[in-house]
Design a protein around this ligand. Structure first.
Ligand SMILES: *Cc1c(COP(=O)(O)O)cnc(C)c1O
Length: 350
């Protein structure tokens, strides 16, 4: 395409999971929350809908104040985003120029690579060890690496790296380490305190998974105010709308809802893991709201297709050097039982 920058014309573009729009289906492919969001969210949106003639607060400060109370950080350490993908975009644009490099673990979230490609920048994947630990390659010195994205818990595996290991990694890097905590609410620990401990550590969060608000598009970054000040120059002036700011503020204030919902999802996660292992799959212990299911020697695409024909959507993924797997989001008990029973059926018929 002659009008378009070469790096755009050459890139594949990020492909998200299928979003069937109608009909009766079980959707376990994009790690959405199966439960409705807190009732307080709907009330907040209804109230905010009365003032849509006005521009929203450009920094989303009502949310920053609400989040500051819950998280124990100053509002000046928080920047709001139109989903956490917006946060990742802003940080990449601010830190990674053409000719620079973005480092990311492999296998992990595929979007990171697309963000580097949009910049016309390079990217470098560093492989996890076979038991999903970080390796020396993660901290390999390279002055051209300007940013490291590391999801913790990781996607698609649900595995984690400990805060101590991440501190040690950050200390060896000459660039910022952004810990993508999209799934941290499902984990036993998070890395928020590391942001205070080191000037080159940042944490991003989203409302799409644990808070059941994927349709809302809201996420945020926790970083030092000196960095936030720079990132604010890069973001759209009104990157979050008034409804999402009001909704996310209400959501984060309802920690009881979060605790109860996360507890249900964790219980179903154990159920899913046990059942898939019983079918012979290898499933690492997950600290997120999905599991990663591999079966050496058995082709998984036919199972994915079998499920899809029956309106059950899971994510089929193939990674160079690692092979294929099924990433299954933790739905309700009923959805998981149906999904696993259908997988068993597919395996019998294969
Ligand atoms: C889902 C996900 C996000 C994106 O969240 P949004 O707020 O919906 O943009 C970011 N990082 C990882 C690793 C994710 O899985």
């Amino acid at each position: 395409m002659q009008y378009v920058r070469d790096n755009i014309a050459q890139m594949g573009g990020y492909i998200s999971g299928e979003q069937p729009q109608s009909g009766d289906f079980i959707k376990l492919n994009t790690n959405e929350n199966p439960y409705p969001a807190s009732e307080r969210v709907r009330e907040a949106i209804a109230k905010a809908a009365h003032t849509l003639n006005l521009y929203p607060n450009a920094m989303g400060t009502p949310f920053r104040k609400a989040a500051a109370e819950v998280l124990g950080v100053d509002p000046s350490w928080i920047m709001c985003g139109n989903g956490s993908d917006d946060i990742l975009t802003i940080v990449t644009r601010a830190l990674v120029g053409e000719q620079n490099k973005l480092r990311l673990p492999y296998p992990s979230y595929i979007l990171y690579k697309s963000l580097a490609e949009l910049q016309g920048a390079q990217w470098e994947e560093v492989d996890y060890s076979s038991d999903w630990k970080i390796t020396d390659a993660f901290s390999r010195p390279d002055g051209n690496v300007k940013l490291f994205f590391l999801p913790n818990p990781n996607s698609p595996t649900g595995t984690t790296v400990s805060p101590d290991e991440l501190l040690a990694l950050a200390d060896k890097l000459s660039c910022p380490l952004l810990i993508d905590e999209a799934y941290a609410d499902f984990n036993e620990f998070n890395c928020l305190d590391l942001v205070k401990a080191r000037p080159n550590i940042m944490v991003s969060r989203t409302f799409s998974k644990s808070y059941a608000l994927a349709g809302l598009r809201f996420g945020f970054l926790v970083a030092r105010p000196e960095l936030i000040e720079q990132f604010v120059k890069v973001k759209d002036s009104y990157n979050c709308d008034a409804l999402s700011i009001a909704a996310a503020s209400a959501a984060i204030q309802d920690q009881d809802w979060l605790r109860q919902t996360v507890a249900k999802i964790k219980a179903t996660r154990t159920r899913l893991t046990d059942k898939m292992r019983a079918l012979g799959f290898t499933v690492p212990d997950s600290s997120a709201n999905f599991t990663w299911n591999v079966y050496p020697g058995k082709p998984l695409k036919p199972i994915y297709e079998y499920l899809k024909e029956r309106n059950i959507f899971v994510r089929y993924m193939v990674y160079d050097r690692w092979g294929e797997g099924l990433r299954i989001s933790v739905g309700t008990d009923e959805q998981i039982d149906k999904c696993v029973a259908t997988i068993a059926e597919a395996m019998k018929n294969a």
